[in-house]
Design a protein around this ligand. Structure first.
Ligand SMILES: [Zn+2]
Length: 105
């Protein structure tokens, strides 16, 4: 999935959480949510850096660890300071999964 899609979906999720009165997200949470996309820095370790028909879960270092990242993200959702980092990572992996299913890579 492309970076703008990740950022737009992160902002959409943040706007949804703004409207939930018990959560009350702040700018640190927004930074965590957007910063979770830094998982894509592992693209820099592969050649070419971007290839549209490449499965990120098979080639990129961090994405290969998706099971570990998913477990840690689910655990961090229940701990308030890291809640939005976990949500962002889960959303990122989910969007990447949708991409590989849709593109059949
Ligand atoms: Zn990714």
């Amino acid at each position: 999935m492309t970076t703008p899609t990740h950022l737009i979906s992160d902002l959409a999720v943040f706007i949804i959480f703004i409207n939930i009165p018990n959560v009350l997200p702040n700018y640190t949470d927004l930074t965590s949510l957007v910063g979770s996309n830094l998982i894509d820095l592992d693209h820099l370790l592969s050649k070419p850096i971007y290839h549209p028909k490449r499965n990120p879960f098979k080639t990129h270092f961090f994405h290969k660890q998706w099971i570990t990242i998913t477990i840690l993200s689910i655990l961090s959702v229940f701990f308030r300071p890291t809640m939005f980092l976990g949500i962002g990572l889960l959303l990122h992996l989910f969007l990447d999964y949708i991409y590989i299913v849709r593109e059949k890579v």
